[in-house]
Design a protein around this ligand. Structure first.
Ligand SMILES: [Zn+2]
Ligand SMILES: [Zn+2]
Length: 361
């Protein structure tokens, strides 16, 4: 057992409380990672606000980077001293989804109440999202980590744990975009900007960003969008189709969790195009489509979780892209904070910028 400082949620909607908690040593298949950086994601905020329920008290935080400081038995391919990214993608490796190469939809459930964290009085402390990374140190399953270059900035590396892989992976893994194809990205927020740069990296011909904000469309162009269309226009897909020579897009990525964005998305598709569903509207939200249209012109809808990434394959690849100057990460960081300042950092994130606030240790 070790005492570590963590930001604990005792009550939904209340500020997180910085306190000492107990972290047990890694057991079979687990590693202990002493964190250098953890980014704040909108999912952490939704959980802390109670939007998705879950056990309390809990430690959130799931986009982290640090150094391995201990390993349990049966850990292969990782050793003390390795610099790693820590993700929430915990894969058992043997269920049908893992065996089929889709570990982001691993069917073996994780019970965060049986995780490595406890309160100092011995009571339960929930390791949210199998990470609990709003803490100085984490103990996670070895499937959740990927090695990164020694000299890579931890602040940038932490971004590879969630938003970046979700956006880039949606293009490369879910849409399987081919060089020369046309793309529409609905929403130029954190995930949308990464879908845009993923499309650029994959060799897209034209990339149209669609957003409600003129300002976000300008940022989208810095990340590789060739055109911007305001979602507030009347029938914005007309302007998007004009930009794409009248044909529509081979891949339309919906990166916002809003039902109206899903309702509009098929209008942007070319014949044979794929709609990639990334953003998650609130539980119960419904979109309606005319099914015959999809059958008649060979279109499809594909759900994509966490960019369908395979952690040991895709994260080292994206770290290389960054080192080669082909993937923007520094530009995604809006500020750095200490763990003690986490409530201020969360408040700043809630103001709605597309970029990430990162806690550095
Ligand atoms: Zn996240
Ligand atoms: Zn599995």
């Amino acid at each position: 057992m070790a005492r570590v400082k963590a930001a604990v949620c005792h009550e939904f909607g209340k500020p997180l409380s910085i306190e000492e908690v107990e972290l047990r040593a890694p057991i079979s298949g687990e590693v202990e990672v002493t964190l250098a950086a953890v980014a704040i994601c909108h999912s952490d905020i939704s959980y802390a606000d109670g939007a998705w329920g879950g056990s309390l008290p809990a430690v959130y935080g799931h986009e982290a980077a640090g150094v391995i400081t201990a390993t349990g038995d049966n850990v292969t391919g990782h050793k003390v001293g390795d610099k790693v990214v820590v993700t929430l993608i915990r894969a058992c490796g043997t269920c049908p989804a893992c065996a089929a190469g889709t570990p982001t939809i691993c069917q073996t459930a994780y019970d965060g109440d049986k995780g490595p964290l406890t309160m100092p009085d011995g009571s339960k402390l929930h390791q949210a999202m199998a990470c609990g990374a709003f803490a100085e140190t984490v103990v996670v399953d070895q499937s959740q980590i990927a090695e990164i270059p020694e000299d890579m900035s931890s602040t940038c590396a932490s971004l590879l744990a969630c938003g970046v892989i979700t956006g880039v992976g949606a293009v490369v893994n879910a849409a399987q975009l081919r060089a020369g194809q046309d793309v529409v990205v609905i929403g130029a927020g954190g995930v949308g900007l990464n879908a845009i740069q993923g499309a650029r990296i994959a060799g897209a011909r034209r990339i149209v960003a669609v957003d409600m904000s003129e300002e976000k469309l300008e940022v989208a162009k810095e990340f590789g969008a060739t055109h911007g269309v305001l979602a507030t226009e009347d029938k914005p897909w007309r302007a998007a189709k004009d930009a794409l020579g009248g044909r529509g897009a081979d891949a339309v990525l919906v990166t916002v969790g809003a039902a109206p964005a899903y309702d509009a998305a098929p209008n942007y598709l070319a014949y044979g195009g794929k709609m990639i569903m990334v953003g998650m509207p609130h539980t119960g939200a419904v979109s309606t489509y005319e099914a015959a249209n999809f059958a008649a012109v060979g279109q499809s809808m594909i759900g994509s979780k966490m960019g369908d990434v395979v952690v040991p394959r895709d994260i080292p690849w994206m770290a290389d892209l960054y080192e080669q100057g082909r993937l923007k990460l520094d530009e995604l960081v809006s500020g750095t904070w200490t763990l003690d300042q986490i409530n201020e950092a969360i408040a700043d994130t809630k103001t709605g910028t597309a970029k990430r606030n990162v806690i550095v240790f």
